[in-house]
Design a protein around this ligand. Sequence first.
Ligand code: DQA
Length: 146
Amino acid sequence: MKFLVINGPNLNMLGVREPGIYGTVNYDGMVEHTRAGCAELGIDTEFYQSNHEGDLVDAIQQALGRVDGIVINPGAYTHTSIAILDALKSVQLPAAEVHISDVTKREAFRQISYAGMACQVHVIGQGIAGYVMAAKQLKEQIEAQA
Ligand code: DQA
């Protein structure tokens, strides 16, 4: 099983960006942690990060036929991007939404998740461990549906 792990804007700044909220592990560290944790679960991973909405849409479209599912943290585009929601709905791949911080306890503008409306798994507020948790849950759901 292979998943594409997509990260949106400012997630390349992990470790530097608001460490009290997002932790001290940088993007490469998160990638390695997630790659290793997923490998233990028998999941191959490919990673993509962009600060640009259209590039994220392209990455979702290009995942079709290449991977079994998508794990996505769309960053701030979570709360604004109908284009990312539509891309996820277009490819109809199993998808999991991840948020490092607990967005449910933050500002009002973080309370809506458009991308999450096309995801069957939601892991929120578990730090960077949430990526592996989301991949595990997504794999289990795919296997249960097979
Ligand atoms: C985030 C939460 C978003 O509200 C924020 O804009 C991010 C990161 C998270 O992982 O907690 O960039 O998706």
